[in-house]
Write a protein that binds this ligand. Structure first.
Ligand SMILES: Cc1cc2nc3c(=O)[nH]c(=O)nc-3n(C[C@H](O)[C@H](O)[C@H](O)COP(=O)(O)OP(=O)(O)OC[C@H]3O[C@@H](n4cnc5c(N)ncnc54)[C@H](O)[C@@H]3O)c2cc1C
Length: 429
């Protein structure tokens, strides 16, 4: 964590949070949550607010996963197209899934306000097109979301207007969403941790779960073991994201763990960053292997992109991201990269979230597929609903079919590399 702290802009720009204790001995709670990211912390907060005794076990420190490393872009919908969800669960439930995603945008703002979380939230998000094919699909998306989902905060931005918003020749059009936004994801995550603690949840850090005994009878305790202790709880939620590894092999088979990277420039001064992105919106292009960027509150440009199938190498990523950033903003050739860091994405084959049960009251939420800043908050809220006895909304997700990644453990990565080469080719066409 300390090496990462030097390279991750978010960690470096946040006062070191006081540590939570490490689990020791056997302790009993109503609910045990694995994972101190936004999903787990939102669940802890919502469950503690319901009066339940909650333990959350984080293997490293809060925000160690995607929640403390992310681009911080708050975007409607899911990583997959709504048409994927329509096919998977039918039009009526797809509509309910859509509503859950927009409730997530509102929930994020609500939690920030209610718990006074200082995380530099800024409204505005743009999806950027780069070719006529993209322009056409952005217009179609606008139409589809307005007519099928009554989503009316989107606006199509043509090339000339876009030039006044983003100082790059690269983009031909955009969908601007006044309902989206961006934030400092690590401070948001820590803020949820403080809110959960204030509501009565007990958080443990440096408490990596090494073994699980999932109860198969209603009312029996699940046993969650770490190196130093055990939590017994009748309710269990697994929210370990990409770093859960092989703790539950049946869950691991549904995920591919992909490395992805971000960099932050030196402070550029207010005038210079404003000239790059005039409306202070977050932006992401439409490629499969996308570039995304935004301003920070201390006037840097934060630029992410590029994926890796073989692990995280922040030093090399700084060089590669610099080149990608120059392709978008050639005027930044003199700007130093001060931070470059990586993180892991938990990608499912169809890129839809993977939620479900391992026992009568043992649940999991995973597979947010690189689009989890908003849905993670709702994953926690829906987990609190199902643990509280109302399964309806959680169960819509459990009806989305998911397949194992092809290739087994040995050939999974080579198969993925081939698939991604294909997607890269599509980006070029
Ligand atoms: C570089 C990067 C950029 C991204 N950019 C965006 C973006 O701009 N917009 C967007 O919507 N999404 C983005 N994402 C995705 C988003 O960050 C995630 O979907 C989201 O944070 C997932 O939250 P989570 O709580 O489910 O998982 P995580 O934040 O990964 O939290 C899971 C936690 O579980 C812990 N854990 C794992 N195994 C164990 C164990 N055995 N015992 C105890 N604890 C364990 C981990 O240490 C981790 O802290 C990005 C992700 C990355 C990596």
């Amino acid at each position: 964590m300390d090496a990462a702290r030097e390279q991750n802009y978010y960690y470096a720009s946040t006062p070191a949070p006081p540590p939570h204790p490490t689990l020791a001995g056997e302790q009993r709670f109503d609910v045990c949550i694995i994972g101190g990211g936004i999903s787990g912390l939102s669940a802890a907060l919502h469950l503690a607010e319901r009066g339940m005794r909650v333990a959350l076990l984080e293997g490293w420190r809060l925000g160690h996963g995607g929640s403390g490393r992310s681009g911080g872009q708050s975007i409607f919908g899911y990583a997959c197209e709504m048409s994927t969800l329509e096919k998977a669960v039918g039009a009526a439930d797809a509509r309910r899934l859509w509503d859950i995603s927009t409730e997530g945008l509102a929930l994020q703002r609500e939690l920030i306000a209610k718990h006074s979380i200082e995380c530099d939230y800024r409204p505005g998000h743009m999806i950027l097109g780069m070719k006529p094919r993209h322009d056409k699909s952005l217009r179609a998306e606008l139409e589809h979301l307005a007519t099928r989902y009554d989503y009316h905060s989107l606006r199509f931005v043509g090339r000339d207007e876009l030039r006044t918003l983003i100082a790059s020749e690269r983009y031909t059009s955009a969908l601007f969403d006044s309902n989206g936004g961006h934030l400092h994801p690590y401070r948001y995550t820590l803020g949820l941790g403080r809110a959960a603690t204030a509501a009565g949840a007990t958080l443990f850090e440096n408490s990596r779960v090494t073994r699980l005994e999932v109860a198969q009878q209603a009312g029996a305790d699940n046993l969650v073991h770490t190196a130093g202790g055990t939590v017994r709880a009748p309710h269990l939620l697994i929210a370990g994201g990409a770093q859960l590894g092989n703790l539950v092999p049946s869950l691991a088979r549904k995920l591919m763990d992909i490395g992805t990277y971000i960099a932050a420039t030196q402070p550029l001064g207010e005038e210079r960053v404003r000239a790059l992105i005039a409306n202070d919106a977050a932006a992401a292009d439409m490629n499969w292997i996308l570039d995304y960027f935004r301003r920070t509150s201390d006037h840097r440009l934060l630029f992410g992109g590029r994926v890796s199938y073989s692990g995280i190498d922040p030093f090399d990523s700084a060089r590669v991201l610099r080149a990608r950033m120059h392709a978008v903003f050639p005027q930044l050739t003199d700007a130093r990269i001060e931070y470059a860091w990586g993180g892991h994405l938990d990608i499912t084959l169809n890129r839809a979230p993977h939620f479900g049960r391992l026992g009568p009251s043992a649940y999991f939420v995973q597979g947010l597929s690189g689009h989890g800043m908003v849905i993670s908050g709702m994953a926690g809220r829906l987990a609190s609903e199902v643990i509280g006895g109302t399964a309806g909304r959680f169960d819509i997700f459990t009806r989305i079919p998911h397949r194992n990644f092809p290739g087994g453990t040995l050939f999974r990565r080579p198969v993925l590399v081939l698939a991604m080469l294909w997607f890269r080719l599509l980006d070029i066409l």
